[in-house]
Design a protein around this ligand. Structure first.
Ligand code: SF4
Length: 251
């Protein structure tokens, strides 16, 4: 059974991204009342602060239309506070909160108008490092040994008729995404690549999911195929389904 897509967690990002400009705007307006000599400048600072807050309230179609500028602007906040988050041991949590914030906006926007042409992007490191199956060129080249998530992903792809790419370089993934021209990207990767990818392909709505790294970066990484399926079911118009396919069944 497909699990329900869990709620997005982004309070950390929202507190900083919405909270700081709001506090700055309130301070600026208070100073405008006290400092008559520079009132104009304080009012201007307050208006800028409120404008920064206002963008975080954009939803639905308005969000999708302006998404590239929101993403690029919010990514500057992520980069600005990333060193502090790293010092506090919260770097991944900080980046994932940014991802969660935009995931939530995309989920909301797609609730009433699901994507019709979605593309799944996955990194090469989901394949077992010692496996020689040439799945980059053809996912069905997987031998279905079950030692890595590729087998489950293959079955789900065949069943739901997903379009997907597994790439070993970020720039190839961006190129594939631009060539396919999807109306939604569902990407699984490490947090750093998720951040970069969202900025590089900001014009395409994206739902992003982090990899688990039980063996460290880029080696035998894991992700939940049921959770990916839940995301696809929540965000993408289903295609007519085929029966689950395996080589044994089709032999
Ligand atoms: S499931 Fe087995 S054969 Fe398929 S990619 Fe993973 S390790 Fe290779």
């Amino acid at each position: 059974m497909t699990p329900t897509l869990p709620p997005e967690r982004y309070a950390l990002f929202l507190w900083v991204r919405r909270g700081l400009p709001l506090v700055a705007a309130i301070l600026a307006f208070a100073l405008a009342l006290l400092d008559h000599a520079h009132r104009g400048w304080w009012v201007l600072a307050g208006v800028i602060g409120l404008t920064l807050v206002w963008t975080t309230f954009q939803r639905g179609e308005a969000y999708l239309r302006a998404r590239p500028s929101f993403i690029r602007w919010d990514a500057r906040w992520v980069k600005a506070f990333r060193p502090l988050a790293r010092r506090l041991g919260m770097e991944d949590a900080w980046i994932l909160a940014f991802c969660g914030f935009h995931n939530a906006r995309v989920r909301e926007a797609m609730m009433h108008r699901k994507a019709r042409k979605a593309l799944i992007l996955l990194p090469h490191c989901i394949q077992l490092a010692r496996c020689k199956a040439p799945i980059f060129d053809d996912l069905s080249a997987c031998y279905e040994c079950g030692l890595c998530p590729v087998e489950d992903f293959l079955h789900a792809t065949l069943e739901h008729r997903w379009e997907s790419r597994i790439t070993n370089r970020s720039h190839k993934a961006y190129r594939e995404a631009r060539a396919y021209r999807p109306d939604l990207i569902v990407a699984v990767s490490c947090t750093d690549r998720l951040l970069k990818g969202m900025v590089k392909v900001a014009d395409v709505p994206a739902y992003v999911m982090p990899l688990s790294l039980p063996h460290g970066m880029c080696v035998d990484t894991q992700f939940s195929v049921p959770l990916l399926t839940a995301a696809m079911e929540a965000l993408v118009e289903p295609k007519p389904r085929l029966e689950p396919v395996s080589r044994e069944a089709s032999a």
